[in-house]
Write a protein that binds this ligand. Sequence first.
Ligand code: ZN
Length: 495
Amino acid sequence: MTSAYDRLLSLLKSQHLIQSVEGLLGWDEQVNLPPKSAGFRSEQMAEMARLAHEAASDSAIGDALAELETDRANLDDEQQVVVREARRDYDRVIRLPAEFVSEKARHSSAAYHAWAKAREERDFASYAPFIERHIELAKEEADLQGWGDRPYDYAVDLHDPGFSAEQISGLFSELKAGLVPLVQEIEAKAGDTPSALRGFPVDAQRTFLREVTQQLGFDYEHGRIDVALHPFCSGDGLDVRMTTRFHPDEPLDSLFSSIHETGHGLYAQGLRSEHAATALGQHIGMAVHESQSRMWENQVGRSRALWAYFEPRYRELFGERLADISSEELYREINAVRPTLIRVDSDEVHYNLHIILRFEIEQALFRGDLAVADLPAAWNDKCEELLGCRPSHDGEGVLQDVHWSGGAFGYFPSYCLGNMIAAQNWDQARQVLPNLEDEFAAGDFSRLLDWTRREIHHHGKRYDTSELVEKVTGKPLSPQPLLAYLRDRYGEIYL
Ligand code: ZN
């Protein structure tokens, strides 16, 4: 007779295969879908979602888990992790009644269209009832999951298991205290000159970003990069799909968003693919994912060392466009600091303030201290307080992000936690891997990649995020390494 553990593995494998096909259809929808095939695709997606839910809630998983849990002592270390996480996932799925799941999916789809229209027309009032309903659904879901008294913590835990709003509040207020004065100091010196990089041919941009991402270590035998409206990365170890976009006048947007997605891709490719169906081969959460993408994008991608290696090739490809731009000017452009109201256009110095704003607002909404109708005013006030500028309309304020239309509350903090983790890991890597930047300047990034594989990727979900940070760096998560890194990098340029 097959052992309960083998039965569990085979059920998880089938679930993972269905999810990976679902992911591939989602990727294809954004990259390849012919304009009039959307209706058919949404039927295909709905059917795949049904199959995925059926596989994830299969009572045979519950039976296998129950059997394994009565005899835990017989499980080895890794099997314990698989069983623990499979139990967590399974319980989360079966606690939600089918009607609730379809009601939430229906509402999310309607809310997405309401958001897109409201943003276009700068009409928050038409979208407000959809956010209200989403908050009700989020509270109802937390209740069904046994988190009724802490609905926002539940939302956070969905993206980054183990974190609580209170812990994040502590980290963010320490970050804010250091960041607001630093940003003001840099803004006072940075001025606001527009970018001089214009008219970069797209073909050459494509060539350059392919060379850079490959050199960083992305395996194009197990992945690819294509063009989509928004950059993203999906898939896992054996087949990773990234996207980017091109604009002749914004060559750095394309390049750095590609390096960012490459960081996600390197994490996905570093997970142990033989365990792709279980917690041993899956990512921990969004904050750690983001820490990988941000480290490659910022600490590595915007460094003098990397550009010492790649600048000659950049000039070879874009000679004419760069003729009047010195190396130092190019480096400043790569690390330009320009305040903006829009989060996704933000530079790395301002970025975390955009996140803190959203986190504070989400908490107030969930506590009931802020009514949805008062959201635009609260947003604009906070924007002024944190970023020193006020949106002239809601399109560049409260309506700018898609997240809430899908009910994704508690997601924004991951971006900022990811930046903190990236800086803390980077500090550690530089300590244990001396002369790292000399190697970057010679085009070799392998020692850093191997270190992240060993220290982070190979653990899968064995540890939660806080435990992993402590294990990798020897210290609890703190905003101080991020503050020190920003002061160091941008202070050298601007102060
Ligand atoms: Zn990302």
